[in-house]
Design a protein around this ligand. Structure first.
Ligand SMILES: CC(C)(COP(=O)(O)OP(=O)(O)OC[C@H]1O[C@@H](n2cnc3c(N)ncnc32)[C@H](O)[C@@H]1OP(=O)(O)O)[C@@H](O)C(=O)NCCC(=O)NCCS
Length: 181
């Protein structure tokens, strides 16, 4: 299975070697590390993560990981990824990042919802969770738009540039996912 997916407006293509430059561009954008890191990833970290996604895809569908590069009219606009947190309990985690110039068009909602639908149908998953920085309002709004339920709030578990941040915990179970909503 090659896990390519199409929606009305978007192509979701599993990561391949030729996507490295795009991933590097995403990972060095300030809008990415603002809520995630002390600064941009360096090349070694980007390469390590990139290779982990390529390798992880070989272990699907029961475990592993996958990163989809999202294209609109053949232009790369962002990424959505999934990885298996707990193989035994079939819990996976979702994450996303779109280039700032492609925010506010509903691309992230369309892509993330499609990924949930595809993953529940094709991988061995009972629960998908996300843990955005609680101050990342666009990311928490996205969790809610795709039907994830806010399950918790953990305090001061991130330290970015000397400032502590809380995390919001979101989750959705296979039995409650409704693609029509
Ligand atoms: C998180 C992130 C992906 C959300 O992006 P986004 O642009 O807010 O999300 P969408 O693409 O779904 O766009 C939603 C907006 O588009 C609007 N929209 C326009 N056309 C739309 C359409 N056809 N369908 C749905 N929404 C549409 C919505 O009304 C909404 O507007 P609002 O923000 O004013 O409420 C983005 O902010 C990002 O990449 N951030 C940096 C990386 C990051 O922080 N990742 C999270 C780590 S946990």
């Amino acid at each position: 299975m090659n896990h390519t997916i199409k929606t009305n407006r978007l192509d979701l293509q599993p990561l391949n070697e030729s996507d490295f430059d795009f991933v590097q561009k995403l990972r060095t954008r300030p809008e990415y590390f603002k809520y995630e890191n002390d600064g941009a990833y360096n090349d070694d970290e980007i390469t390590k993560q990139f290779n982990e996604f390529l390798e992880g895809a070989k272990n699907l569908p029961n475990k592993g990981s996958i990163q989809w590069i999202i294209k609109s009219n053949d232009v790369k606009v962002g990424e959505v990824h999934l990885w298996c947190n707990w193989e035994k309990t079939h819990e996976w985690e979702i994450g996303w990042h779109f280039l700032l110039e492609h925010w506010g068009k509903g691309y992230a909602t369309e892509a993330a919802k499609t990924v949930l639908q595809y993953a529940f149908a094709n991988f061995r998953i009972n629960r998908i969770m996300a843990c955005p920085n609680a101050e990342n309002a666009r990311s928490t709004a996205l969790c809610e738009r795709i039907g994830m339920i806010k399950e918790g709030h953990v305090r001061e578990v991130r330290l970015i540039n000397g400032v502590y941040y809380d995390e919001a915990i979101y989750g959705i179970l296979k039995r409650e996912f409704n693609p029509a909503k």
